[in-house]
Design a protein around this ligand. Structure first.
Ligand SMILES: [Zn+2]
Length: 175
């Protein structure tokens, strides 16, 4: 019997496939707004107290103009006396999100263990951002059925026909 799909994966088909995914990934197409969370990327001096550079902690003195005045010699309520505050950085991006494990692309995890997982599909250029991201928040009505926050559990890996223009990432529900 002749396989009806023989010879279907020609250059034209590859081009159609890649164009189709590109179209899905347009910002106003099937993507949803997501926030990539990069975790703590730096620390900055607390705005509410004076920093003690020798003791490397709060000097327990209020910084004029700070948002939460406190008595001299007591613990700053904003930084709990640390003197520094972690800066958590994040970035909003649009990604195609696959919520349904049966539709997962190129998945090695058995589908019946995939509950609580999602996949994101992005253009290859997004790879460095995905690699930096520790968590993702999916801000869509769809995610109302799920937890909004997911932890990254895979490196972004390439998909596509021929030229690997896209990357997939796996995320696990984390909160
Ligand atoms: Zn402080």
């Amino acid at each position: 019997m002749v396989n009806p799909f023989s010879d279907i994966i020609n250059n034209e088909f590859k081009s159609i496939f890649n164009n189709a995914i590109s179209a899905i990934l347009e910002d106003d197409a099937l993507t949803v707004g997501c926030t990539l969370e990069y975790g703590i990327t730096k620390y900055e001096n607390c705005v509410n107290c004076l920093y003690d550079p020798i003791g490397q902690k709060s000097s327990n003195r209020f910084q004029d103009g700070g948002p939460a005045p406190f008595p001299f010699g007591t613990i700053c309520p904003l930084c709990n006396g640390n003197g520094k505050r972690p800066i958590i950085s994040s970035e909003n991006v649009n990604l195609a999100v696959i919520f349904e494990p049966r539709q997962f692309l190129e998945m090695s995890t058995p589908v019946n263990t995939a509950d609580g997982y999602i996949q994101t599909v992005a253009k290859k250029a997004m790879t460095p951002k995905l690699q930096r991201a520790k968590e993702i928040i999916v801000s869509t009505d769809i995610s109302g059925f799920f937890s909004h926050r997911y932890q990254r559990v895979s490196e972004p890996f390439p998909i596509g026909l021929g030229n690997n223009e896209f990357v997939i990432c796996m995320w696990r529900r984390s909160g």
